[in-house]
Design a protein around this ligand. Structure first.
Ligand code: FES
Length: 156
């Protein structure tokens, strides 16, 4: 099933980065992805359902802090992620490897974007290119918190 785009929560970047969806937790939705009825960030995880992968916060304590980020590997799901919490309770999960090369991107709160240290490409919270030289987006994944874990969705 091909995921469709969706943004359950909106904020718009203006000025520096131009208009962009900053609905944290925005991104592709697929089967098994529940949309929260409450105005929360991202989908409501479904632990145990196909496609949901656990990221225990105890393994990545930086993600407990607003502004925190972590490189998260989930080899069983073929995921190499940049996960960040730009706003309280709101997480982003992006493919970590820059689409321009092989450098790891990092989240920068000041510009609300993932930035590549090698040549300066910038990507918004759904992985869209804001600034080149990269021309291809980073893949983004639905992510939400449940208890003491984050859950990221990727259908295999
Ligand atoms: S490798 Fe990321 S911008 Fe070139």
């Amino acid at each position: 099933m091909s995921p469709a785009s969706g943004c359950p929560r909106r904020q718009v970047l203006g000025g520096l980065l131009g208009a962009a969806c900053v609905g944290l937790g925005c991104g592709p939705k697929g089967e098994g992805v529940a949309e929260s009825a409450a105005p929360t960030c991202g989908p409501t995880p479904k632990p145990g359902a196909p496609g949901w992968w656990e990221i225990p916060l105890a393994e990545h304590p930086a993600l407990l802090e607003v502004g925190g980020q972590a490189a998260v590997s989930k080899p069983e799901a073929y995921l190499e992620l940049l996960v960040a919490q730009p706003e309280p309770g709101c997480y982003v999960a992006l493919w970590r490897i820059c689409s321009h090369g092989s450098c790891d991107v990092a989240w920068e709160d000041e510009v609300q974007a993932a930035v590549c240290p090698c040549h300066g490409s910038m990507f918004d919270e759904v992985g869209a290119v804001l600034t080149g030289p990269a021309t291809e987006p980073l893949r983004s994944f639905p992510i939400g918190r449940l208890g003491e874990s984050l859950w990221v969705y990727r259908e295999l």
